[in-house]
Design a protein around this ligand. Sequence first.
Ligand code: SF4
Length: 90
Amino acid sequence: MPVRNFPRIIHMFIEILKVKSVILINYLKKVGFCMKRGPNESIGCTVTECKYHAHDEAYCTLDKIQVAKHVPEATNIESTDCASFQNQAR
Ligand code: SF4
């Protein structure tokens, strides 16, 4: 292997590592390994039993949540829930 190709090989190696890192980070986010983020001040929440709760502050740590109704027609606050909730004990 000629020495003059060495910088090019190093550059290719670094580019491969970058791509692999992005794939790994996306996978870890998907499986919930990297989910601990700071509080999202756009999503206030007092459900401290949820694994996405900020705990020190009354906020969710997710970028977005899904709000769902659990009756055919929502008519009051009890008809809706956070569908992104996950029990922190799991
Ligand atoms: S996912 Fe829902 S219940 Fe859990 S902390 Fe966020 S807003 Fe609260």
